[in-house]
Design a protein around this ligand. Structure first.
Ligand SMILES: *Cc1c(COP(=O)(O)O)cnc(C)c1O
Length: 496
């Protein structure tokens, strides 16, 4: 079997084992860990047709996590993808008009982050054992909504771990806040901060770099780790569902075995679509990769011009989980485009932090020819939800709608060819009922979010997921608040 070793995108570290990369999260030179070579699948698509989600996940992940034993990896997989998902299929494909939707929202927090965050705690504790780390792992996370809850749900009651999540008080939706503050589990902690998401993120980053704090906590038996999407342990599990989605399209007759499909991916930090690129490189028959952005269209501009420019106004949209101007995981694609030249990537990243932009040269951009950037305005997003509901009765969430608009634009551009497009559906409409129902009918605009759940149920015929049902009646278990500058003191007190 493949022996995959990792290196840093900025060139300073190499021959790193997967378990080390997972525990460490980010390389010492500030780069991200990437496999020295993207492995190839050793199973034929035909052999994979009859596999369960768990089996597909195993055959994909074994190549990337080659220092895990079969037993260890299978154990992680079976603990992650179990009855906390509301369907045995885990990631079903549903067909609407000429499009297929890969629904990645059947996990405990009804957003696609569950696909990786339900397995990361097990990968991390297994990796820590292999690396002979004896301290208790403390996950620190800043969230603008979805990541926090998915990480809390993933790490709750996982032995050997604690998790502390910071969110901007007043800066997340009512449902997102309720989801977090009602989180059960003795090892979980949720803190509202007096500041915005950037303040929370900055505070967490500072703690990761605070050597004195780390030393002090080590004496108490704690070590920090991160659950954000730059961790290779979050990226790799996402590769599996592209194979699984493809295989379902073969089984339901949408495509013939071996025919290519396009994928449309609603994108923020570039993690999900990078997983699609890895799947393609591994041998999944993917043609075009549609990188779908909202009004924060940095990536659209990048794929159109080769210049990444974050100097622009930050827009608040109805797809908040994609409101982002610095897409961290793009660094991994830059590394591939630069054919593994760490220096080139390092220069781009320095330029980004000093000048707010960088440009990839024309020849290197040729390596990205299968990516097409699209973006959807707010109006287009709402209209897409409205129209698809009218035509089919199917209700998609605001993030998925951005992907849907991209698929439609590909069609209009005459680029789709004969290939079918698989739209990656990243959240349940129940997670954003205000925007979704407002798109369908203006009369819902002044409803409270929790009151819209029943309306959404009667319109869609889909049961209210356990993740949000009765959420406003659940006990609030976390009410710590702190100033943006007091996060460190707060962590010390929690761990005292
Ligand atoms: C995080 C998130 C995204 C963006 O995914 P990336 O991997 O950051 O590109 C899209 N939709 C939803 C609902 C999300 O929670």
């Amino acid at each position: 079997m493949t022996n995959t070793l990792y290196l840093s995108t900025r060139g300073q570290e190499k021959e790193i084992k997967a378990s080390y990369a997972i525990v460490k999260g980010i390389a010492s030179d500030g780069g991200l860990y990437v496999p020295a070579q993207i492995p190839k699948m050793d199973q034929t698509l035909e052999d994979m047709l009859t596999m369960s989600y768990q089996d597909v996940a195993y055959h994909v992940m074994k190549h990337f996590f080659s220092d895990f034993t079969e037993c260890e990896l299978k154990d992680c997989i079976s603990k992650a993808y179990d009855s906390k998902f509301d369907t045995e299929v885990i990631a079903p494909v549903v067909q609407q008009k000429e499009y297929s939707f890969l629904e990645l929202f059947h996990g405990p927090t009804i957003a696609f982050k569950d696909m990786a965050l339900s397995i990361l705690p097990y990968l991390l504790t297994t990796a820590a054992k292999k690396q002979k780390i004896e301290e208790e792992i403390v996950i620190l996370a800043a969230t603008s909504g979805d990541t926090g809850k998915a990480a809390l749900a993933g790490f709750a009651d996982v032995e050997g771990t604690k998790i502390i999540v910071f969110y901007p008080k007043g800066g997340v939706s009512k449902i997102q806040e309720l989801q977090m503050v009602t989180q059960k589990g003795d090892n979980t902690c949720v803190v509202g901060i007096d500041g915005n998401f950037d303040d929370a993120q900055t505070g967490v980053k500072e703690m990761f770099q605070d050597e004195a704090l780390k030393e002090e906590l080590k004496k108490k038996g704690y070590v920090f780790s991160s659950a954000n999407s730059i961790n290779i342990g979050r990226l790799v599990p996402q590769v599996a569902y592209y194979f699984y989605g493809y295989l379902q399209m073969v089984k339901n007759g949408s495509v013939k075995l071996g025919d290519k499909i396009n994928v449309a991916v609603p994108t923020g930090n570039f993690g999900n679509i990078l997983a699609a690129y890895y799947a393609k490189e591994m041998g999944c028959p993917i043609g075009k990769l549609l990188c779908a952005s909202n009004d924060n269209k940095v990536l659209y501009d990048f794929f159109s011009t080769g210049t990444y420019n974050r100097k622009r106004e930050f827009m608040l949209t109805c797809s908040p989980s994609m409101d982002i101007l610095v897409s961290s995981n793009l660094e991994r694609l830059l590394f591939a485009l630069a054919q593994g030249q760490g220096d080139t990537v390092k220069n781009h990243m320095e330029s980004l932090s000093v000048n707010g932009e960088y440009t990839v040269d024309k020849d290197q951009m040729k390596g990205a020819k299968d990516f097409i950037g699209y973006f959807a305005t707010e109006k287009e997003t709402y209209k897409a939800i409205h129209d698809l509901h009218l035509q089919t009765g199917y209700i998609m969430d605001t993030h998925t709608a951005v992907g849907y608009v991209a698929a439609q634009k590909l069609e209009e551009d005459g680029e789709a060819g004969k290939a079918k497009t698989l739209i990656v559906s990243t959240a349940s409409p129940y997670k954003f009922p205000g925007s979704v129902m407002g798109a369908i009918d203006e009369r819902y605009s002044d409803y409270k979010e929790m009151d819209l759940l029943v309306e959404l149920k009667s319109l869609s015929g889909v049961d209210i997921p356990g993740a949000v049902k009765g959420l406003d009646e659940e006990q609030v278990l976390h009410d710590i608040l702190c100033g943006a500058k007091e996060m460190k003191a707060c962590v010390k007190e929690i761990l005292a």
